[in-house]
Design a protein around this ligand. Structure first.
Ligand code: 6R9
Length: 647
């Protein structure tokens, strides 16, 4: 593997940053030498009704896994996001909402958000929702999605946000698992000029959900919908009936805040459960330090609130810090591929946080759509969701950020609640493709398949040796599954499911899920490494690599490659791609088969569905499993028709 260049910390950024490099090392050392002392101090950053005196009670041993933080204190997540800021920020902007239509946007102050959330909380109570009850939220990217989460938190109800792109079946199974009492939805969503039939999907889902008593409907488009009297309620009508006085419920630190469903490698999606205080401390602290957020800045995370990134870094983290958070309803390429850059100029965005898949898609459009905008407000760029190939990283840094904005490549998971490994803008020299160093209190360990700790520069499976406040507490309703999934492979440690390399500088490089690790003639390789090599070619837009059974090598390398618009597949290009992999990684990394594909099967959150690619690569497509969650199910037919491995 070619060593990549290092991008030094900018002096100006370091001078004004919360943390510079010496401070990082000092604080990190404290945080791992004396976790109790460190977190006792930083736990105070949120508002407590009753201060905690106990910091941590954790056991990672598989016979009795339990995790508690700040557990004799009481607080409320919504209070921390709203009430607390009213004295200084009542009239300052909490939320900038940018509609799908570029002519539609709104500023919502802390005072306005507070009043709306209090009313909504009273509506929930009036409809019989109380502490500990579950509420499913199935919403477009409108401010009411954030209000719904905060209103639940205010009264101690547990929210379960389901991404608006999920089908009625997926919605139903999540409602059933959580035994939710209420769904909060909208008549229709609006994305890229297209309507999403949220109420219709909800109607279909709840026919199979006997626990649902009420469906609360936000009017977004005014499109025609079916109505069931007695069950369905208009959001605006109910809010008008109640008072705006609703004190925040005093919650125990370990009372559940939310459940969020996420897919594992097997079985149905798991309900990842996060609790109140530790989660709030961790997301607020990471949002401040990792994005170097300063008062008055405009911060934009492009994720959907249906994913953990939306929970932690659109809603809870930024609002806990009194930030201005931007909620965008639309998509990056509507009405044009300049949209994100135009939004940045329109709202003077200082911090922009997106996913590699979006960066690659926008990169594919060339520099033109970026260069027509100014982007001079930008100060910090972030990425999350998958390993970022160095080429996309450089484009992001050089073209989008004009070489003046540090890129924070943030590694974390639904399960971790917040960011675990990432540069800090004023403290960490960056290497394209590396998430760099652990955040305070995070102890990554790399283990071999037998669980032995590997020291120094090495590669293996990524575990975390000790707890941090934002860690998930259990799988909702199935603690045994929690223990099995995360604590049984490597006893005494949390297993992330990711492969990881650590270099001579102690930097971490996530190589992808370990279920995607290839073993070719006894050599281990991350599929992400090969993909990174392939996308270096300027004709390649995107690549996905999987293993397939190979007589001689054990596993062969199968690469799916999509080309930049206007480029044609050819044998010559195949050879160039092979040579590129040989050059970047070594002869062992040459793909055995390269399939040129017009599109890759992706989930609606943009993750490539490798399970499907592996099946097709194995020439076994009789049982592709569930393809209903794909963004575009038709790409699968083309992949099968043009598969390279026949028999
Ligand atoms: C936040 C989020 C988690 C998985 C994780 C890893 C991959 C996320 C990454 C990254 C490399 C990064 N991942 N961020 N890989 N570099 N910066 O995405 O949560 O949807 O639960 O996915 O995503 O494989 O294990 P989630």
């Amino acid at each position: 593997m070619t060593e990549v260049e290092t991008y030094q910390v900018d002096d100006e950024i370091a001078k004004n940053a919360w943390v510079d490099e010496p401070t990082y090392f000092k604080m990190y050392q404290q945080s791992v030498d004396d976790p109790e002392g460190f977190w006792a101090e930083h736990g105070k950053r949120i508002h407590w009704f009753k201060p905690f005196s106990k910091v941590k009670d954790v056991n990672f041993g598989a016979n009795d896994v339990h995790i508690r933080w700040f557990y004799d204190g009481t607080t409320n997540a919504c209070y921390n996001c709203l009430d607390r800021h009213l004295p200084e920020k009542k009239d300052e902007t909490a939320i900038i909402w940018e509609g799908d239509d570029p002519h539609e946007s709104r500023h919502i102050s802390y005072g306005e958000a507070y009043e709306e959330v209090c009313r909504l909380a009273n509506v929930l109570k009036a409809q019989g929702v109380g502490k500990g009850d579950r509420v499913t939220i199935y919403m477009p990217m409108v401010p009411e999605a954030a209000y719904a989460m905060l209103a639940c938190a205010r009264i101690g109800a547990i929210h379960s946000v389901v991404f608006g792109g999920f089908s009625p079946d997926s919605l139903a199974s999540r409602i059933q698992d959580a035994e939710a009492k209420m769904v909060i939805t909208a008549d229709e969503g609006l994305r890229g000029g297209r309507k999403v039939p949220l109420k219709k999907n909800t109607d279909e889902a709840v026919t199979n959900c006997p626990t649902i008593e009420k469906v609360l409907v936000v009017r977004r488009t005014g499109g025609s919908i079916e109505w069931e009297d007695g069950r369905d309620l208009w959001y605006h009508e109910e809010l008008a009936k109640v008072s705006d006085d609703c004190p925040a419920e005093e919650m125990d630190a370990e009372d559940p805040l939310f459940v969020l469903y996420t897919s594992g490698s097997t079985g149905k999606p798991k309900g990842v459960l996060h609790t109140t205080a530790g989660y709030m401390v961790f997301v607020a602290m990471t949002q401040q330090y990792i994005f170097d957020y300063h008062d008055g800045e405009v911060y934009w995370c492009t994720a959907d609130v249906g994913w953990v990134t939306g929970h932690s870094y659109i809603v809870y983290g930024p609002l806990a810090n009194g930030a201005t958070t931007l909620i965008f309803e639309g998509v990056p390429n509507y009405p044009s591929p300049s949209r994100h850059w135009e939004v940045i100029d329109k709202h003077k965005v200082n911090i922009y946080y997106t996913a590699p898949t979006a960066i690659r898609a926008l990169m594919r459009e060339g520099e033109g759509p970026v260069k027509k905008t100014s982007r001079k407000s930008l100060r910090i760029l972030g990425t999350v969701g998958e390993p970022i190939n160095p080429e996309a990283w450089r484009w992001y840094h050089d073209v989008v950020g004009e070489k003046r904005c540090p890129v924070v490549d943030t590694w974390w998971q639904t399960e971790t609640g917040g960011i675990m490994i990432s540069p800090l803008p004023g403290a960490t020299p960056q290497k394209p493709g590396s998430a760099t160093r652990p955040f305070f209190g995070i102890k990554p360990v790399i283990v071999d398949s037998d669980g032995h700790h590997l020291e120094g520069a090495t590669q293996g499976n990524l575990c975390i040796a000790d707890s941090w406040p934002g860690q998930m507490r259990t799988v909702y309703g199935d603690h045994e599954r929690f223990v099995q999934t995360y604590f049984s492979s490597y006893p005494g440690k949390y297993f992330t499911g990711d492969g990881c390399r650590r270099d001579e500088d102690g930097y971490y490089w996530i190589t992808g899920r370990v279920d995607d690790v290839l073993n070719v003639s006894g050599h281990r390789m991350g599929t992400a490494e090969i993909e990174s090599a392939l996308v270096l070619h300027d004709k390649v837009a995107e690549a996905a690599v999987v293993g397939y059974p190979h007589d001689l090598k054990g596993q062969g390398i199968y690469a799916y490659v999509t080309l930049v618009a206007g480029e044609e597949p050819s044998e010559a290009l195949r050879k160039e791609l092979n040579d590129l992999c040989r050059k970047e990684i070594g002869p062992i990394a040459k793909p055995d088969l390269i399939q040129f594909a017009p599109g890759l099967p992706k989930t609606r959150s943009g993750k490539i569905m490798r399970r499907i690619l592996r099946k097709i690569a194995e020439d076994d497509f009789s049982n592709l499993g569930d393809t209903t969650t794909l963004a575009d199910p038709t790409v699968v037919d083309d992949l099968i028709e043009n598969r390279m491995n026949r028999g």
